[in-house]
Design a protein. Structure first.
Length: 57
């Protein structure tokens, strides 16, 4: 009923919604690579802390 009147709006929302999390994932991945690049040894705790924002966004 209400959704049948505005299918283009619903289509747009369904298309755009997954893209809203993309910047957070990119920032989290960049931060995790920065942790890997700046630490002289493998630092799984630092990488995990950097990846948390990527998984929550």
């Amino acid at each position: 009923m209400g959704l049948q009147h505005n299918p283009p709006i619903l289509d747009t929302a369904v298309t755009v919604t997954p893209l809203l999390g993309l910047p957070g994932a990119i920032v989290g991945m960049v931060e995790s690579f920065n942790v890997l690049g700046t630490s002289r040894t493998a630092n799984p705790n630092g990488v995990a802390r950097a990846l948390v924002p990527a998984t929550l966004h």
